[in-house]
Design a protein around this ligand. Structure first.
Ligand SMILES: CC(=O)N[C@H]1[C@@H](OP(=O)(O)OP(=O)(O)OC[C@H]2O[C@@H](n3ccc(=O)[nH]c3=O)[C@H](O)[C@@H]2O)O[C@H](CO)[C@@H](O)[C@@H]1O[C@H](C)C(=O)N[C@@H](C)C(=O)N[C@H](CCC(=O)O)C(=O)O
Ligand SMILES: Nc1ncnc2c1ncn2[C@@H]1O[C@H](COP(=O)(O)OP(=O)(O)OP(=O)(O)O)[C@@H](O)[C@H]1O
Ligand SMILES: N[C@H](CCC[C@H](N)C(=O)O)C(=O)O
Ligand SMILES: [Mg+2]
Length: 495
């Protein structure tokens, strides 16, 4: 139990309460809980204050609008009422105080693509250096301590509970993903960051943010608000938005480590040569060169490694030790992962490309490792940014030799309508040998693999590490890597 004062909260009329737990959903409230009634996208959480009180809530955190909505229920209630201008931000601070210690070194990365990859590489570098680290994001908590997560950036109550549990389990270093939803909703505002990274900016999530500007500003919250003035910002200067981000950080007084091919980068990528299994990369840190072989497919993964190395250095590691361990880095699950190889040598890769930029980047990256033709399987998710669908189809048609359009988590939408939008973009971009629509994802994979001649490669885009196909409210088990190896075994006559 903790008092409101210990949680940094002041209730109306100076009321005190012994808080037994925190909840953002009225259905999770138990006796003595503080219920945070937050303004939502669908409804104001204050609509549920009456239920939270019935469940025994001892304190209510909300904004002025929420207090007005629930005034009738709050008037006669015993619960302490805290009114905050930005209750999501207040909740983030409260959750941090509630859960106690978090690991001493926490770095966060934002950007449209590459967050999971960069945070995973940070954790792998720490691991190789003998440091107890984890990455925290889309793929859960992974590393020296593991824990499943439902969101890329969990809401603050979960986030701080997980950080506290990680600390109890000996974790000293965390690399976490800062999603734009998470930043917009202040989910990580109570986390003390040592350093923060920016990977890139392109289209996604316009269903939520509505405009590119709003989406970009949400991401900038990481540097403008969450990272303090004495934190270090590690910025990919090769991205068109990179310099603007760096300038904003400099203006706030933060130390900036620029990374990229850009001549002004302190951590630079100066050379890159590709082979069938990876790439030879030349890095330079403040003028000192390091040549490293990365067992990773895709030029962009070297850029992600560069950003990860920058973050680890910003968090205090000795640069020469960081470059020494880079050859030990392994594929991030579901990111340019070699899933299967046909008897004729043709390869099948699984990648989480689910934005137009990611589809282009992944396919262009593959070209440099592949001698023959490239076939891509692509689809777009339901209940997500619909405007990205034709752009994903167009990116696929522009950069692959054959395109198969299929389903990827249609959710509540009609799968045929989503496929039609992806197909329309692909057909308009044209220039491929073939564009086919195969709704059933397993069949699409089988057909794609059947097309592979010696030297060819197939990219199965969109689902990466995911283990289910979401159709309506049902999640059917589905794993691209597994499907690929089953399809290869079937086509080679082994099953
Ligand atoms: C779009 C979005 O991000 N929504 C988040 C937001 O919900 P909301 O404000 O829209 O909720 P609402 O339905 O309007 O309800 C308002 C409030 O009433 C509460 N409520 C609602 C019903 C009830 O019976 N009782 C009750 O108390 C809700 O808990 C909520 O706090 O605030 C809620 C509480 O903090 C979050 O749980 C919820 O995340 C939902 C579950 C979600 O799916 N978010 C996804 C889109 C997301 O955040 N994804 C990003 C990754 C994206 C990416 O990079 O690809 C992530 O970080 O995972
Ligand atoms: N640096 C990069 N530049 C462009 N595309 C990238 C980059 N890194 C990764 N990608 C593409 O984006 C996909 C997703 O990568 P990753 O999971 O690391 O990103 P993320 O930002 O965590 O995504 P999410 O928003 O779903 O959490 C990859 O599979 C790849 O196709
Ligand atoms: N974090 C992303 C993942 C998309 C993955 C793709 N398989 C899809 O379902 O669209 C989102 O929720 O928008
Ligand atoms: Mg991610």
């Amino acid at each position: 139990m903790t008092t409101l004062a210990e949680l940094g909260l002041t209730a109306q009329g100076g009321a005190e309460a012994q808080v037994t737990g925190l909840a953002v959903d009225s259905r999770d409230v138990k006796d003595g809980y503080l219920f945070a009634a937050l303004p939502g996208a669908q409804v104001h959480g204050a609509e549920f204050i009456q239920y939270a009180l019935r469940m025994g809530a001892g304190a209510i955190l909300t904004d002025a609008a929420g207090a007005a909505i629930a005034s009738e229920h709050l008037a006669g209630a015993m619960a302490a009422v805290i009114i905050a201008e930005d209750p999501r931000q207040t909740l983030a601070q409260t959750a941090s105080l509630w859960s106690g210690a978090h690991p001493g070194t926490v770095v966060a990365v934002t950007g449209t693509n590459g967050k999971t990859s960069v945070s995973t590489f940070c954790r792998q570098i720490w691991e190789q250096m003998g440091i107890a680290g984890v990455n925290l994001g889309t793929t859960g908590v992974e590393g020296a301590w593991t824990h499943p997560l439902k969101h890329t950036t969990p809401e603050p109550i979960t986030l701080h509970r997980v950080l506290a549990q990680a600390t109890e389990n000996g974790i000293t270093h965390v690399a976490m993903e800062a999603s734009s939803h998470g930043l917009d909703q202040r989910r990580l505002d109570g986390v003390l960051l040592t350093a923060a990274g920016f990977s890139n900016f392109s289209q996604d999530h316009l269903d939520y943010h509505k405009t590119f500007d709003a989406y970009f500003e949400a991401k900038m919250g990481l540097f403008d608000r969450v990272l303090s003035e004495d934190g270090v910002a590690v910025i990919n200067l090769d991205d068109p938005k990179g310099q603007e981000v760096a300038d904003r950080c400099t203006a706030r007084g933060q130390e900036v480590i620029g990374v990229g091919r850009d001549a002004g980068a302190r951590l630079q990528l100066t050379g890159q040569r590709f082979d069938a299994t990876g790439q030879e990369v030349l890095f330079s840190w403040q003028g000192q060169a390091y040549q490293v072989h990365l067992d990773l497919i895709g030029g962009f993964q070297a850029e992600n490694v560069l950003l990860a190395a920058g973050l680890v250095i910003a968090a205090g590691a000795e640069p020469s030790t960081v470059f020494e361990v880079l050859p030990e880095l392994g594929t991030v699950h579901g990111r340019m992962e070699l899933a299967a190889t046909r008897d004729n040598g043709a390869t099948v890769f699984v990648d989480y490309a689910h934005t137009p930029d990611a589809v282009s980047t992944a396919l262009q990256a593959m070209r440099l490792h592949v001698m023959g033709r490239i076939i891509v399987i692509v689809g777009a998710g339901g209940d997500r940014d619909a405007t990205k669908r034709p752009l994903m189809g167009a990116a696929a048609a522009r950069h692959a030799d054959s395109v198969i359009v299929t389903d990827d988590n249609p959710r509540s939408e009609d799968p045929a309508t989503i496929r039609a939008a992806v197909m329309a973009g692909a057909v308009e971009a044209g220039a491929t040998d073939s564009i086919t629509e195969v709704g059933d994802r397993a069949e699409a994979i089988l057909r794609g693999i059947d097309m592979l001649a010696p030297g060819d490669a197939l990219l199965i885009a969109g689902k990466g590490h995911e283990t289910g196909q979401v159709i309506g409210d049902t999640v059917l088990p589905f794993d691209d890597v597994e499907q690929a190896s089953v399809a290869v075994a079937a086509l080679e006559g082994r099953i």
